[in-house]
Design a protein. Structure first.
Length: 474
């Protein structure tokens, strides 16, 4: 009898794992178990009354590198090429990004010439930060916070303005707690291999061969900075869901896994409320802290490690304005924590993807709120109302962008524990986890945003790698 692989979690990681399992020449029986009624996890696109698209989670995927190409290949395999909305290299959303500092928007320098020009809010041209990096010795620590690493290599201003903001933009996190080794591995390895971040990034580390397709070649030729799909990014998990069902994968929705136990001969019993499933192998693509609550007593040390991989919450406020205009054109702006503890940044959705504006064009922006402010509010048991988030978001849009009118449409969502935090020493947690799984020969493979990258590309790759590992252990 063939093996049964049960995949936990129908977010993009679990969907990708199931997809790559189902494409094996001799696929195992695959059962995908999703706790909610909807596939896609944090990838969720809502259509407004006029057809405009509002992304509640990710809104753009980067095509760069091997992982970017891998996701584009997946898009083509699912027949979604004609739905892709690219942001080409010469578009303002590809060229312009801003920092909001000192009550004003500042464009981040682009191109080589930009490095030699004065670029407020930085007191000196960024060339000087580069020079510092080229002259500093290699760090000796096995890990360092993003802040300490950047301060050491590029100076205090780049650390407290640029990297602080970037950590808020990507992880909704604190650069003084996040690990450079796990959050920005390319920077960490650039220093390790070439002593300098700049030299390491310029000379590269010999990437593995990229997949090839017409879409990937187009993205490269047109220098796309990111892409979306006409009906929103949720089209990707939807297409994956349809593909899985038609390829014989059993997709269970509305079935939260309530416990896992090990049976004789190393089989798993997957408990689903009133019923259960048998599995020869499990791929877990649910958050690490959720998995830690489900593991049996035999795996208590593993459960403990996983419980320490925590996540932060973000309030996402989508706003639409009729007849309004932005003061600048670009992807959006980020806000360092020293400027505002509440607002992480604002994305100018209509600039990057005007095709998603709907039938009565209006300006769409998304305000991300979170970070330490939200954490303090949550920890203090403060009531977090939709009105509070809406008010904070409207104030930010009015102050930062001068849009003082009432929005014609607004959506407010508080995503609890949505972005995992790879804090200092995360790599050691990963090593201990892998060691435990190997030593105890547990038929369990981990995938998903909790471990090795939170971007959609990282999640697709984690699902693909999990499938490769499981297929290799037949
Ligand atoms: C607001 C926001 C903006 C983002 N923006 C971007 C962006 O622009 N670009 C980008 O590349 N990335 C972005 N990301 C990151 C990216 O979207 C996520 O990291 C990624 O979608 C996570 O996918 P996942 O499958 O690993 O996890 P999830 O999406 O969390 O999926 C896990 C699934 O498991 C299910 N589940 C949980 N517990 C159980 C259980 N006990 N039993 C069964 N099922 C269970 C959940 O219901 C969920 O469907 C953003 C994330 C957020 C939150």
């Amino acid at each position: 009898m063939g093996r049964t692989v049960v995949v936990l979690g129908g977010g993009i990681s679990g969907l990708a794992a199931s997809y790559y399992l189902s494409r094996a020449p001799c696929p195992p029986k695959v059962v995908l178990v999703e706790g909610s009624q909807r596939l896609g996890g944090w990838i969720r696109s809502i259509r407004g009354p006029d057809g405009a698209i509002f992304e509640l989670g990710p809104r753009g995927i980067r095509p760069a590198g091997v992982l970017g190409a891998q996701t584009l290949l997946l898009v083509s395999e699912l027949g979604l090429d004609s739905e892709v909305l690219p942001v080409r290299g010469d578009h303002p959303a590809a060229q312009n990004r801003f920092l909001y500092v000192g009550g004003a928007l500042h464009p981040l320098p682009t191109g080589l010439r930009g490095l030699f020009r004065p670029s407020p809010p930085f007191s000196k041209p960024l060339f000087w930060a580069g020079l510092r990096d080229l002259t500093k010795p290699r760090g000796k620590e096995p890990d360092e916070t993003v802040h300490s690493f950047t301060q050491r290599r590029l100076g205090p201003e780049v650390a407290s303005l640029a990297m602080d903001s970037l950590c808020r933009g990507v992880f909704a996190g604190n650069s003084r707690e996040l690990s450079v080794r796990s959050c920005f591995p390319s920077l960490f390895h650039a220093e390790q291999s070439h002593r300098s971040v700049i030299l390491g990034l310029l000379l590269g580390t010999g990437q593995r061969p990229q997949p090839d397709s017409a879409l990937i070649r187009q993205a490269r030729a047109e220098r796309w900075s990111q892409w979306s799909l006409r009906g929103g990014l949720e089209m990707l998990p939807q297409a994956l869901g349809s593909h899985l069902t038609s390829s014989g994968v059993h997709v269970l929705r509305g079935q939260p896994v309530s416990g896992l136990s090990l049976q004789a001969e190393g089989h798993w019993k997957v408990c689903l409320g009133d019923s259960s499933l048998e599995a020869d192998h499990i791929i877990s693509a649910i958050p690490a802290s959720e998995l830690s609550k489900l593991l049996p007593a035999e795996a208590a040390p593993l459960a403990h490690i996983l419980s320490t991989i925590t996540a932060v919450s973000v309030a996402v406020v989508n706003l639409q304005y009729r007849g309004a205009h932005l003061p600048v054109q670009g992807f959006g702006h980020l806000v360092p924590s020293s400027e505002d503890p509440v607002v992480l940044g604002i994305v100018y959705d209509s600039v990057a993807f005007p095709e998603q504006d709907g039938s009565s064009p209006g300006l769409r922006v998304t305000v991300m709120l979170g970070g330490s402010w939200l954490y303090t509010m949550e920890a203090g048991g403060r009531a977090l109302s939709q009105e509070l988030f809406l008010q904070q978001a409207q104030e930010a849009v009015a102050t930062h962008l001068g849009l003082k009118e009432q929005p014609s449409h607004g959506l407010v969502h508080l995503h609890k524990n949505c972005i995992p935090q790879y804090t200092l020493g995360h790599w050691q947690k990963m090593e201990s986890t892998m060691q435990f799984l190997a030593v105890h020969r547990l038929p369990l493979t981990l995938a998903g945003a909790s471990y090795d990258g939170v971007a959609v590309n990282d999640c697709v790759e984690s699902g693909r790698q999990a499938a490769v590992r499981v297929l290799g252990t037949t």
